[in-house]
Design a protein around this ligand. Structure first.
Ligand SMILES: C[S@@+](CC[C@H](N)C(=O)[O-])C[C@H]1O[C@@H](n2cnc3c(N)ncnc32)[C@H](O)[C@@H]1O
Length: 226
């Protein structure tokens, strides 16, 4: 099985267990709280600090065009979009199972201004300079071709557009790095090579004219200006 197929298969599996995934990602289940502490070394408080930071690059009362890639099950971001009624939002993910879960969540809360599209971040179907904001929560550590992802995200952003979100970074917690290497990379939910905080900052600074980056343990949160 090729790298892309392995990632696709891994997330098709995760998408079919979306309730379990969402419980873990929102730390609303015992399994989720345990995984946070044990694998990521994060308290629930630290985790929510990270999530708030990851989403904080999206301007308050944002009104333009926003691309989210990868949306996953939409567990973090769809509630945010409920308040952005005057924006046009496109949510892309490679996995149809993850997208289906996101779509059924969106149907429950009604998000008429949000469109879901199956696609590859490395081959986006949008024209150049189309978006004011691109949001990528926990995407860079999963994408197989990270250079293609950076190139495409930059291409679809307008001048002065914002690229923001979060990514796993190495070198902050040896226990987490061991877990990522032995489990996430092998299963295909993460794809190496992964960056550490300073190499991610350097990469982003090569592409964007302004970069703000910080971390909560092994999660880096960034906001970049094209
Ligand atoms: C760790 S999940 C993050 C999802 C969501 N943002 C979240 O935080 O829950 C990674 C997601 O990346 C998607 N993905 C992996 N490779 C992709 C690609 N080449 N293009 C678009 N999405 C991709 C997977 O299908 C999966 O839904």
């Amino acid at each position: 099985m090729g790298r892309e197929e392995r990632i696709f298969a891994a997330y098709e599996g995760v998408g079919k267990l979306s309730k379990l995934y969402d419980g873990m990602m929102t730390a609303s289940t015992c399994v989720g709280k345990f995984a946070l502490k044990f694998f990521w070394g994060l308290s629930v408080e630290e985790y929510f600090k990270f999530l708030n930071k990851a989403l904080s690059g999206v301007p308050k009362n944002f009104k333009g065009k926003l691309l989210e890639v990868p949306v996953g099950t939409g567990v973090f971001t769809l509630p945010l979009y409920e308040g952005l009624t005057e924006s046009e939002i496109f949510c892309v993910d490679y996995s149809t199972a993850m997208l289906n879960a996101a779509q059924s969540y969106a149907n429950k809360i009604s998000l008429p201004n949000v469109t879901f599209i199956q696609g590859d971040v490395g081959k986006l179907s949008f024209s150049d300079k189309f978006f004011d904001v691109v949001l990528s929560v926990n995407g860079l550590h999963a994408f197989p071709d990270k250079n293609a992802a950076h190139k495409e995200i930059f291409r679809v952003l307008k001048p002065n557009g914002i690229f923001c979100g979060s990514s796993y970074v190495t070198g902050q917690n040896s226990h987490t790095d061991f877990f990522v290497k032995q489990f996430c990379n092998r299963v295909g939910v993460f794809t190496p090579p992964h960056k550490n905080l300073s190499s991610l900052e350097n990469k982003l600074k090569k592409i964007y004219r302004r970069v703000e980056i910080s971390n909560v343990k092994s999660f880096a949160c960034f906001k970049c200006l094209k």
